[in-house]
Design a binder for this molecule. Sequence first.
Ligand code: SF4
Length: 76
Amino acid sequence: MHYHGPIVRPQTDADSIFVEVTVGCTHNNCTFCNFYDGYPFRVAPLSQVEADLQEAAANFPHAKKVWASGFIVNRV
Ligand code: SF4
């Protein structure tokens, strides 16, 4: 599995699979937040996502939830 930067994993998702699809925050400019400092926003390569899904399927076949891990802020 590939992970870069912080990940939020609630206790209720201790047994869930987290697959990184993005890193960082597209906004990254809120005064109070340093959560993604040092991790500029980027989309994970498709090859990485596919490899992580295959690894998860092989090693955690009974997982009930798979999360697309990351954070995207839409600007409107
Ligand atoms: S949008 Fe969220 S993650 Fe991004 S800088 Fe603001 S509080 Fe932090």
